[in-house]
Design a protein around this ligand. Structure first.
Ligand code: SAM
Length: 456
């Protein structure tokens, strides 16, 4: 194991952090020479029993694992039964709990959402009638975000690919927003050599300026009394509490406190009018992290939402069949868009129209099927959806080796089967579809998601 001092940390960073940490600096250095703990967050909609670990104290679905398995080789990972996420970030749950954000339907924006750690968590924490807009400005990263959210399977999600500035077209739209800003990454030094190489005082300054720009851009789309949750994976005050102080001076905003338990090891910091929470790897079992919560006190005009709309409905002949594909299908509106059938929660169709007319939407709702002539071809997103009516489809539970072959998009040899579209599961969790024909089996796993890793 390398000790922190052998790891070649930037000199100027060491000087700064030594000044802040004082006597605990050697412990900090020692901790970043250690291996980072491995943690996952379980998807409570997709219960599994085969993974055991120690609980993350501030997150009811968080688990520390004893060692780091090869997640790619676990079909449950591809089923969206859990998300691999470092533990400090899971503190988001405490903010939700303390502020009662899960108790009623709200609109949430995750401004910088890829690869999807906070978004999948928000989708699990939010009320079942809430709406989550998961946005990512970089197109290639938005594709990864999309894959992770499809796997997570929660339907009330809209994935967008916009610059934060675009949200100015939605004044007062959101009740809650998470700004998990791009940062200098000091908290990732032990995991990510690139963040060590890229660090400089100048880069910290540039990050701080970019964070202020992002905050200013999205602020108008937060409602009066709305909540902004700001977080970074850096310790640097310029990117953290100083930015929150700056935001509260620009606008009428109030910093909120979140109760802590002493044994968690999280450090509460007070800076002028701002309260924030810092996570150091020598004090918590997790990576470096900062979080602060601010409430908007000023009046904000709200964008009107029209509920009168004319969606294109799928042909009446297939509506009956579709209604059997989802649990509680009476809560959904089915729409036909470019020959794809999409299910939207009835309560959210007005909001989704507004977003479609305002932003670059990559995906919304749950895509159920591709309509080819009169035939419905079930979509992968349906297989992984938390609302699929599994009983309606023939299904086939695969062994580990078969499931890995399926995830590599190889053909599977079956001895017993029912013909037609079959839901493929592993330990009862859906991982995709196959179409079983007279003379062959078509593996419908998405080509771009297939496992490419060499397996012995
Ligand atoms: N929230 C994510 C999660 O929990 O998985 C991690 C987000 S990461 C810390 C920051 C994200 O900000 C990256 O996905 C990056 O592409 C995005 N980003 C980069 N420049 C940005 C900008 N100017 N405005 C908004 N987001 C930006």
């Amino acid at each position: 194991m390398m000790v922190g001092s052998e790891m070649k940390l930037p000199e100027d960073f060491l000087k700064q952090i030594k000044g802040v940490l004082g006597d605990s600096f050697p412990d900090f250095l020692n901790s970043i020479g250690q291996a980072a703990p491995t943690s996952i967050r379980l998807n409570h909609h997709k219960p599994i029993s085969s993974i055991a670990g120690k609980p993350v104290p501030w997150c009811s679905t968080g688990l520390y694992l004893g060692d780091r398995p090869v997640f790619t080789l676990d079909p449950l990972f591809h089923a969206g039964a859990y998300y691999v996420q470092e533990a400090s970030s899971m503190f988001l749950e405490q903010v939700f709990l303390h502020l009662g954000l899960a108790s009623k339907p709200i609109r949430i924006l995750d401004v910088s959402a890829a690869p999807g750690g906070k978004s999948t968590h928000l989708a699990s924490l939010m009320h079942q009638d809430s709406l989550l807009v998961a946005n990512e400005v970089i197109r290639s990263r938005a594709t990864i975000l999309e894959e992770n959210l499809i796997k997570w399977g929660v339907g009330n999600v809209v994935i967008t690919n916009n610059d934060p500035e675009s949200f100015q077209k939605l004044p007062g739209f959101f009740d809650v927003m998470v700004v998990d800003a791009p940062c200098s990454g000091e908290g990732l030094f032990r995991k990510d050599p690139e963040s060590r190489n890229e660090w400089s005082e100048e880069n910290v300054h540039l990050c701080s300026k970019r964070q202020r720009r992002i905050l200013s851009d999205v602020w108008p789309s937060l409602k009066s009394n709305g909540i902004l949750i700001y977080c970074t994976c850096t310790y640097n005050p310029q990117e953290n509490e100083e930015n929150m102080q700056w935001l509260s001076e620009q606008h009428d905003a109030e910093s909120l406190s979140i109760p802590l338990q002493n044994h968690w090891g999280i450090e509460k910091i007070s800076y002028k009018t701002i309260t924030g929470y810092r996570f150091y790897p020598h004090k918590v079992k997790g990576e470096g992290f900062f979080i602060s919560v601010i409430k908007k006190n000023s009046f904000q005009d709200e964008v009107p939402i029209r509920t009168k709309r004319k969606p294109v409905l799928p042909p009446a002949t297939i509506l009956d069949e579709l209604s059997r594909w989802l649990n509680h299908s009476e809560n959904f509106t089915f729409e036909l868009i470019d020959n794809y059938v999409i299910a939207y929660a009835n309560a959210l169709t007005g909001e989704i129209d507004k977003l479609n007319n305002t932003l670059r939407v990559i995906r919304s709702g749950t895509t159920l099927a591709n309509l080819k002539g009169h035939k419905l071809i079930p979509e992968h997103a349906l297989a992984l959806s938390t609302t699929i009516n599994k009983q309606h489809f023939p299904s086939l539970d695969l062994s580990l080796n078969q499931a890995l072959a399926f995830l590599r998009k190889e053909s599977i040899i079956l001895t017993e089967y029912v013909k037609g579209y079959t839901l493929v599961t592993y330990q009862s969790q859906p991982i995709g579809w196959m179409n079983i024909l007279d003379n062959r089996v078509n593996n419908l796993y998405p080509k771009t998601w297939r496992i490419r890793m060499q397996i012995d």
